[in-house]
Ligand binder design. Structure first.
Ligand SMILES: Nc1ncnc2c1ncn2[C@@H]1O[C@H](COP(=O)(O)OP(=O)(O)OP(=O)(O)O)[C@@H](O)[C@H]1O
Ligand SMILES: [Mg+2]
Length: 305
């Protein structure tokens, strides 16, 4: 039972707490600086591995020091990185995130090698052999918007593979492109802003209904501190957050996906899987970085008791 995460791979460097950029050459001593594997494929891959899944990650990174570090972090967490291709002309995608005392997370970002991922990087038979394929940010890995890739997904689904999808950006042009993937997706997990941008509906329930009409059997819209909603043909259910002391919400969306997919792999229904996602997201909100405080599935499910 392998999960394949396919898409955006980003090296995050985070510092907290940061109130502002100091004047001139000033230095501010902070409590903590971390480097983590992030992005809707790499971050979800690490969270899935922590939750006990076998994970193969597919993506494009640079042939550079940032790429070596990203590979090391993923490998250390037990993710199989054989699906990563190294580019010489593009740097590894990276973000610098100064986390505010209230958990706010502005960022500086280089898209880098993520923009070069194509269907040619996906090994033959890999998707069909997976129990779940998670498309992590096809809005930025738009090279996958290709009939050859859609054929691979269709073949995988015929052999029983379940396809999930999350997005990375909030840019309308990129999100329009991601709509092409919807007919090939079973469970779609955008955040509120992305769902609104893709549908023109600011009400997340209406946005979810519109997205359900484009292919997926389930649309889960995440609503930040307001929780999430799970929409299927049977109707809409709202799930509140698990209340926790929030340090940094970076990667909450990725952790949500990882918890949700773990539920699917363990044959839970979509609502129970969404509860697992909610608990995984609340776990990582309690520390700095997209993998914070995430140890194992028992720890996550303990939050639901
Ligand atoms: N303050 C919070 N307390 C507890 N849980 C939270 C909080 N903020 C977010 N979450 C959980 O994380 C989930 C995902 O959050 P959000 O909607 O912000 O995702 P996102 O915008 O996709 O984030 P990401 O940048 O990681 O992709 C929410 O549905 C919720 O369950
Ligand atoms: Mg997200």
């Amino acid at each position: 039972m392998t999960v394949v995460t396919l898409g955006a791979h980003i090296l995050d460097v985070l510092a907290r707490p940061v109130e502002g950029i100091p004047d001139g050459q000033g230095t501010v001593v902070v409590d903590e600086i971390r480097a983590t594997a992030a992005g809707a494929a790499a971050g979800t891959a690490v969270a899935l591995a922590r939750l006990g899944n076998d994970v193969v990650s597919v993506g494009a990174i640079g042939d550079d020091d940032l790429g070596d570090l990203l590979v090391a972090v993923m490998t250390r967490n037990g993710v199989d990185v054989r699906g990563l291709v190294r580019r010489t002309a593009d740097q590894t995608s990276a973000s610098i995130l100064p986390i505010r005392p209230d958990g706010g997370r502005p960022s500086f970002h280089v898209p880098g090698a993520n923009l070069t991922l194509t269907a040619g990087a996906v090994g033959p038979g890999l998707l069909a052999a997976a129990s779940v394929v998670h498309l992590g940010g096809p809005d930025v890995t738009f090279g996958l918007n290709d009939p050859a890739f859609f054929e691979m997904l269709a073949h995988a689904r015929e052999t029983g593979t379940v396809v999930t999808m999350d997005l990375l950006s909030s840019m309308p042009d990129l999100l329009d492109g991601a709509a092409a993937f919807l007919p090939h997706v079973d469970h779609f997990l955008p955040n509120e802003e992305q769902a609104a941008a893709m549908t023109g509906e600011s009400d997340p329930e209406k946005a979810a209904a519109a997205l359900l009409g484009r292919g997926p059997a389930t649309v889960v819209v995440t609503l930040g501190s307001e929780g999430s909603l799970v929409a299927t043909a049977k109707g809409v259910q709202r799930l509140p957050v698990v209340p926790v002391e929030v340090v940094d919400t970076t990667g909450c969306g990725d952790a949500y996906c990882a918890g949700f997919i773990t539920g699917l792999v363990q044959e839970r229904d979509v609502l129970e899987s969404a509860r697992w996602g909610t608990a995984a997201a609340a776990t990582v909100a309690q520390g700095l970085g997209s993998d914070a405080c995430l140890t194992d599935l028992d720890g996550v499910l303990g939050l639901l008791k």
